[in-house]
Design a protein. Structure first.
Length: 100
């Protein structure tokens, strides 16, 4: 069962808020090397030949696999950080564990 679904029409701030609500950890979303504008849609910051579409996310997914899947689908770099955004979470941690 998916905790939430990500689509290209979603705004960056909505994605970050849904992620925080679902897992408690912080999601960093990038547009190139800078943080993405909160009001931008995922489709508007998508790189090149990324497919777009929708992906379902659940808490059993490992952080590294989640970050890779977002990049493959949307061409967007994301990183999962601790709840207080002080450090990045290990790639082998599950999304559910990332907020603890």
């Amino acid at each position: 069962m998916a905790d939430f679904t990500i689509s290209g029409r979603m705004k960056v701030k909505t994605l970050k808020a849904d992620f925080k609500k679902a897992y408690g950890s912080t999601l960093r979303v990038y547009n190139g090397i800078r943080f993405a504008d909160d009001d931008a849609t995922l489709a508007s910051i998508r790189k090149g030949d990324a497919k777009g579409g929708e992906i379902a996310v659940n808490g059993k997914m490992q952080v590294g696999n989640f970050e890779k899947k977002i990049f493959e689908e949307f061409g967007i770099k994301v990183q999962v950080a601790a709840p207080d955004d002080s450090k990045l979470v290990d790639d082998k941690t599950t999304l559910t564990q990332s907020g603890k």
